[in-house]
Design a protein around this ligand. Structure first.
Ligand SMILES: Cc1cc2nc3c(=O)[nH]c(=O)nc-3n(C[C@H](O)[C@H](O)[C@H](O)COP(=O)(O)O)c2cc1C
Length: 445
């Protein structure tokens, strides 16, 4: 059985030496984040003591492919097929009368900052932020449930702002706003990586309940309980839940904040939320994700790889694998491996990639003998199989990511496809050197 709760997962990883513990007291302002940033958010770390607070905090659970896969009992290579299967065959949640997340319930007046730490991450960030909570909402018909992660800037007391960049969720909020009504939500902290990963699956594309997708990723139904002050369900074994309402017609200044690409985002006016209840387990373990770290990028990259693979496969049935790289900010760069069958396959695969995702800027297509998970190998293919005047194409003025910093007109970007496959007629010349025996290196060193 795969661990479905944070506590089970931490116990499992600790037993197997995969979890690091920081015993030294850390400051929630910069210091905790500095440790996470050192490991790029790819190392699971439990901070036992946070200055001014009694609860511990964990991070780095979903920043490394093999570990993220391990949390679901699979290997890194199985991640994409498993995610596709889980989107197609989700496992519905099970509703319980009560659960550990309701062991403590705080209602009435409270100051969020008194309860659990709200961290400050980078110099020049506009303040303290929640960045890792998995938010639950229902669609306007009150039927379908969706999760996502939205950063929330602490505004004092029980208020935060919220940054919603998805058109779907924002239009739901606007629907309520037009009626002068608040929109209910709940935010869960202290969940397993499968819940974080599934929260990144596009609502717009699939409209599938993402807690059900998480259940399928873990191979079992997840328990949920009814919230105390909003008409939503949350995971019964989440460590901490904030219940609240997005208020209509109120905006607060948000940002600057360190964005995914490693630069500061712009200042904008964003909706304000009021937290109506905080519920938590006894000895709650808080959770964060260092902004712009691998832990933020990897779940996003994985869901994009699903879409990329599916789209390229429609035109190049022999696509073998796809990789959206971390260095390419988990959205601008893709490497595609194909078993080339005819001339033109390379460029066609790159074109399909651009069609699959407006954010992609640079796509490299390589043959099946190139390891797309090794950047040296990809560079080698570009170095030895590309003639720039024939194998590179540029599409100017296409739609791009609004987050992208290098464009001259915001949201408009040039696309570059690199066909690093060799000409089929010259296959013999591109045969890689090899040694005709296998050795076990332990026998020598
Ligand atoms: C760690 C992390 C932080 C994120 N922060 C935000 C955010 O502040 N605002 C936002 O709109 N999306 C943010 N996202 C991306 C959304 O969660 C993601 O696009 C969304 O869940 C996709 O689902 P949707 O199609 O239902 O919007 C974040 C993702 C991660 C992994």
């Amino acid at each position: 059985m795969n661990p479905t709760t944070l506590r089970e997962l931490l116990d499992d990883w600790e037993t197997r030496g995969l979890l690091a513990r920081v015993k030294k007291e850390v400051d929630p302002e910069y210091e905790l984040g500095a440790v996470l940033r050192h490991f790029k958010g790819a190392k699971p770390i439990l901070f036992e003591k946070i200055k001014g607070y009694t609860s511990p905090m964990v991070a780095g659970l979903a920043g490394e492919r093999n570990l993220l896969a391990d949390s679901m009992g699979i290997t890194g290579k199985e991640l994409i097929p498993k995610l596709i299967e889980s989107i197609v065959n989700p496992i519905p949640t099970t509703k319980l009368g009560t659960g550990p997340v309701h062991e403590n319930v705080i209602l009435g007046e409270f100051d969020l900052d008194d309860l659990f730490p709200i961290l400050t991450y980078h110099a020049e960030d506009s303040g303290q932020y929640y960045v890792a909570g998995v938010m639950v909402v229902k669609d306007i018909a009150g039927k379908n449930r969706y999760t996502s992660i939205r950063r929330m800037q602490f505004l004092g007391g029980n208020r935060t702002s919220i940054l919603i960049t998805s058109p779907e969720l924002y239009s739901q909020y606007q629907y309520y706003e037009e009626r002068n009504e608040p929109m209910e939500f709940a935010v869960m902290f202290g969940v397993v990586p499968a819940v974080i990963l599934s929260s990144q699956v596009s609502t717009h594309l699939y409209h599938t309940d993402k807690l059900d997708i998480a259940g399928a990723l873990l191979g079992q139904s997840l328990d949920v309980v009814q919230c105390k002050t909003v008409n939503l369900e949350v995971l019964a074994e989440a460590e901490i839940v904030l219940e609240g309402k997005m208020l209509p017609h109120i905006r607060e200044t948000e940002g600057p904040f360190a964005e995914l690409a490693g630069y500061y985002g712009t200042i904008s006016q964003q909706p304000v939320v009021e937290i109506t209840a905080v519920t938590y387990r006894n000895n709650a373990i808080n959770q964060t994700i260092f902004p712009a770290s691998y832990e933020e990028k990897l779940p996003m990259a994985l869901v994009r790889e699903v879409t990329l693979l599916n789209t390229v496969r429609q035109v190049i049935p022999n696509v073998k694998d796809v990789h959206i790289t971390m260095g390419g900010v988990a959205r601008y760069h893709a490497v595609i491996q194909i078993d080339k069958q005819s001339e033109g396959d390379g460029k066609q695969a790159a074109l399909a990639a651009f069609a699959s995702d407006k954010d992609l800027k640079h796509v490299v297509v390589v043959d099946k003998d190139v390891d797309i998970w090794n950047s040296d190998e990809v560079e080698w293919a570009i170095a030895t199989r590309v003639q720039a005047d024939e194998d590179i194409f540029i599409v100017p003025g296409a739609k791009g990511s609004p987050l992208e910093s290098s464009h001259n007109i915001k949201g408009v970007t040039a696309k570059m496809g690199i066909d690093a496959t060799y000409p089929l007629a010259r296959a013999e010349e591109f045969k890689r050197t090899y040694i005709p025996i296998d050795i076990k290196i332990e026998e020598y060193l």
